[in-house]
Design a protein around this ligand. Structure first.
Ligand code: XIL
Length: 361
């Protein structure tokens, strides 16, 4: 008898949580007239049926969290065998496959992340023979590798997922020093070690423009983007690339806290980026917090700023679905916990003109 009661209870809880989820108004529908609402997702999460259901309900943009990074898609053995020292071979791994298949089958457009980055990029990409040892290659050889890497990435995605919509791509990620002060210096970035200036950024954008599918917007993406010195660094480079016609937008990673930066300071950076004439996407939003009411209010205020500027913001992406899955462990950074809405979710849903009362519950 005890056994049956326990079973009944489990079914009740599971059943209810499903019902609850469908009762929760959809983020993507609520903000549909303003911008897409995105999330990053891992290959591990996307194979889970409940997660799929949740993601389909709330999001209309997906960024693979790690699965399209250079260390995930570059194949060293194949590059050594077939690369002729200049052609890095790209493969879509199993985890990326799960994500892109889900996006393709469900018609969810993808933000690609990322091509040129100092991190999560294998050292062998920069060495003679694609080996783990020996000399680094010259700038000329690296240029050919860079072009082939970008060409192969877009070609491989197209070949494996012909129906996938790749609507934006982070061509360069975090090329500036942490909190301002110009380009990430030698010693911190192999790209900088080899090039010594921003030529690798310019070339990456030129190649991306040449090989990216039509409609895929090309982005420069960075963090601490709301710190004035860093804002200026990003602006200067972005305007330079814009004058060459090879960039479409600036990605604001937006890893923030409930205490810092202020929404006002964030807005200042956003406005300056928009004034360049480029688009802006919020690419990796999360907010560390201990006081969840403070967090909720700040999320609301931030969304009000984003909605006010929606004409130049095609998408707003959270860096994760639910707190337990976030890269920020124990920081309560997202709108959901255990896939259930937090106070922050309900506050965000008061922004915009849709059915305010209904959404407030
Ligand atoms: C993070 C992932 O979320 C983690 O799983 C991984 O261990 C490290 O990278 N800026 C970025 C993202 O551009 O790629 C990072 O993602 C978070 C910071």
């Amino acid at each position: 008898m005890k056994y049956y009661c326990a079973l009944a209870l489990i079914f009740l809880v599971i059943g209810n949580s499903f019902c609850l989820e469908d009762d929760v108004p959809s983020l993507k529908e609520h903000f549909a007239k303003y911008f897409k609402i995105g999330t990053c997702v891992s290959g591990g999460e996307i194979v889970n049926g409940n997660a799929q259901h949740f993601i389909n309900h709330h999001f209309n943009s997906i960024t693979p969290e790690n699965e399209l990074k250079p260390d995930a898609i570059l194949d060293q053995a194949a590059s050594q065998q077939q690369g002729n020292n200049v052609n890095p071979i790209v493969k879509i791994g199993q985890q990326a496959y799960y994500i892109l298949k889900f996006c393709s089958e469900n018609g969810i457009p993808v933000r690609g992340h990322t091509l040129v980055w100092h991190s999560q990029t294998p050292d062998w990409l920069f060495r003679e023979g694609f080996n783990n040892w020996g000399n680094y290659v010259s700038r000329d050889v690296m240029n050919i590798r860079l072009e082939n890497f970008i060409k192969n990435t877009f070609a491989t995605i197209k070949r494996d997922f012909p129906n996938l919509t790749l609507y934006a791509y982070d061509v360069c990620n975090e090329v500036f020093a942490g909190s301002g002060g110009g380009l990430r210096p030698k010693g911190e970035s192999k790209w900088m070690d080899i090039y010594g200036d921003d030529t690798y950024i310019i070339n990456a954008f030129k190649f991306a423009r040449k090989y990216a599918p039509q409609g895929c917007k090309l982005y420069i993406n960075d963090f601490n983007e709301y710190m004035p010195a860093k804002t200026q660094n990003i602006l200067d480079e972005a305007v330079k690339l814009k004058n060459m016609g090879i960039i479409d937008g600036i990605g604001m990673q937006s890893h923030i806290g409930s205490d810092w930066p202020s929404v006002q300071d964030y807005q200042t950076a956003l406005t300056r980026f928009i004034q360049t004439g480029l688009e802006v996407m919020v690419t990796e939003l999360d907010m560390k917090a201990t006081d969840l009411s403070l967090q909720a209010n700040k999320y609301r205020d931030l969304f009000q700023v984003l909605v006010n500027n929606n004409a130049r913001i095609p998408s707003v992406t959270f860096w994760g679905t639910t707190d337990e899955r976030s890269w920020i462990k124990g920081g309560n950074p997202l709108l959901f916990s255990n896939y259930q809405p937090k106070e922050a979710y309900w506050k965000v849903m008061t922004v915009g003109t849709n059915n305010k009362e209904k959404n407030l519950k």
